[in-house]
Design a protein around this ligand. Structure first.
Ligand SMILES: Cc1cc2nc3c(=O)[nH]c(=O)nc-3n(C[C@H](O)[C@H](O)[C@H](O)COP(=O)(O)OP(=O)(O)OC[C@H]3O[C@@H](n4cnc5c(N)ncnc54)[C@H](O)[C@@H]3O)c2cc1C
Length: 486
């Protein structure tokens, strides 16, 4: 059996991994680059389920179970930070009681933490914390997990094709038997027995191209990145999920999230300054001194929420759970499936659920193995590069050396996600031209203006204090010293 999966975000790769482990030949096609959709634009929270205990219990239970499982099968991409839910004086007592009851009912471990101990550990939190609880929140290293999945899928003989957009289905009667794709080398058809739409916020558009009505509700969320890792644990506000109520430590930074605004388009909009200022005010309710933290940039991601009944007014009310649609049963289009909604944390479960339905529809007995097989391959690590062999230091903030630039890198985005250059405190001011000049044979120097523009959008949205000075410095260095055209 051959399957084509559309979209290489967390959902598509989770689906492909589950199918590959069942021995199914799978090709993932990605219109842009791996992780370029929502899966590269999230907080990085490995949910304990705590956020959804009251509002979305089944999503909460799934998140907790997957959280525990991923620690075992993909430990390299998980950081078991732990997290706290904190209740301020005046926050709803009834919500706290329901939250505790639900945790007990669903088996999500929650321990009361003495406020004094919490304050000793995280002294920057507001004085007005009434109660606090520890939960097994963690951090999910999204790009690491994506690359582990890609390697694992490829090591078992299946493909992940970037810059390859699915444009049309080919049918034999009412059954799918191919997908027409546009790739750099031209248009071609990938033969297959089934196709899975995992296009995230674009899934509604993909379904529309198939002549189907699937109500995906894109909803964007703004997140702010702070330049230092001031917290080592996740901190959530103990109330119904709302804007500005969560801090997640991620590598060297801390991320504050998020807004939740329904929008018609699947594309991430430019971040807005007024929203950033509002998010800062909300975050200050937990950390009064937040204004003194150096904020690096703002960025938006778009949730692919699924609302079977159609668009709702308030996207916070749309379930965080996921759905698998068998379009053969639902719409008479045999061999076509969609996997919609969900969370990064539940990508594996989404893959397993789709896999179960897909093999059942073909009357094939091939159980899922993604629960027990570690996500990884035996790779021979290259000999560590000794310091002297690393070549010139190209990016001081993220410590990127010449030897870190792989000759196979084929786009500036791959360069960025592979090395993290331009993501640190200088936001590419000093390193962008050095790194882009070395991308491939000819370099990516002509992409400099695009990168500058993209970095600036995220910077200007938080362009106050030190950032306003950084923007002025960056503009004067790039225009006056480097002679870049702006
Ligand atoms: C602000 C925000 C914060 C979040 N925080 C968290 C969090 O902390 N923890 C958590 O667990 N979850 C979080 N989520 C949710 C999580 O990020 C998403 O549920 C998940 O990333 C969705 O992955 P996906 O693969 O479905 O979509 P995407 O990652 O968007 O992947 C879809 C892919 O399909 C591709 N595509 C589209 N059309 C085509 C086509 N025609 N042909 C080929 N490819 C195509 C796109 O280019 C894209 O790469 C957050 C979401 C948002 C918006």
């Amino acid at each position: 059996m051959r399957v084509v999966v559309i979209g290489a975000g967390a959902t598509g790769l989770g689906v492909a991994w589950d199918l590959v482990l069942r021995g199914i030949e799978t090709t993932v096609v990605e219109a842009q680059e791996i992780g370029s959709g929502t899966s590269g634009r999230f907080h990085g929270l490995l949910h304990s389920g705590g956020r959804y205990l009251v509002t979305d219990p089944s999503a909460a239970k799934e998140c907790y179970e997957e959280n525990m499982l991923l620690r075992e099968i993909a430990n390299e991409a998980v950081v078991a930070t732990g997290g706290y839910f904190v209740k301020k004086y005046g926050d709803d007592d009834a919500f706290e009681a329901r939250w505790l009851n639900q945790a007990a009912d669903l088996g999500v471990p929650v321990h009361a933490e003495k406020v004094g101990d919490l304050r000793a550990e995280l002294g920057m939190l507001t004085e007005s914390i009434q109660r606090s609880y520890w939960v097994p929140d963690g951090v999910l290293e999204g790009f690491k997990m994506l690359s582990m999945l890609v390697r694992a899928i490829q090591s078992r003989g299946s493909n992940v094709l970037e810059h390859t957009k699915a444009v049309k289905l080919r049918l034999a009667g009412e059954r799918v038997n191919g997908v027409e794709v546009q790739a750099p080398e031209g248009t071609r058809v990938l033969d297959c027995d089934a196709v899975v739409n995992t296009a995230g916020p674009w899934a509604g558009l993909v379904a529309r191209d198939w002549g189907l009505d699937v109500k995906v509700q894109p909803s964007y969320g703004l997140m702010l990145i702070f330049a230092n890792r001031r917290l080592d644990k996740v901190v959530n506000r103990l109330k119904s999920p709302s804007d500005g109520d969560i801090f997640v430590p991620h590598q060297e930074v801390v991320i504050l999230g998020t807004t939740d605004v329904a929008q018609p388009s699947p594309e991430a909009p430019e971040p807005r300054r007024s929203e950033a200022i509002r998010l800062m005010a909300l975050g200050s309710e937990l950390i009064p001194d937040l204004g003194s933290w150096r904020v690096l940039r703002g960025f938006n991601g778009v949730r692919p929420l699924y609302e079977p009944s159609g668009v709702t007014g308030d996207s916070r009310k749309v379930s965080r759970d996921f759905a698998v649609l068998d379009h053969g049963e639902r719409d008479g289009l045999a061999g076509a499936f969609s996997v919609l909604g969900g969370k990064w944390t539940t990508f594996r479960l989404m893959g397993e659920t789709l896999g179960d339905q897909l093999v059942a529809s073909f009357n094939v007995d091939s159980p899922s193995r993604s629960r027990e097989v570690p996500i990884g391959v035996e790779v021979k690590r290259p000999a560590p590069v000794v310091k002297d062999d690393r070549g010139a230091l190209l990016c001081e903030c993220e410590q990127v050396y010449e030897s870190d630039i792989k000759p196979t890198v084929s786009s500036p985005m791959q360069l960025r996600f592979g090395t993290w250059f331009s993501m640190g405190p200088c936001q590419g001011t000093f390193c962008a031209h050095r790194v882009l000049g070395r991308g491939d044979e000819d370099g990516f120097a002509d992409e400099l203006a695009t990168l500058r523009r993209e970095r600036e959008h995220g910077l200007t949205v938080v362009g106050w204090g030190a950032n306003a000075r950084l923007i002025a410095l960056e503009q004067s260095i790039s225009a006056q010293s480097l002679g870049e055209e702006r």
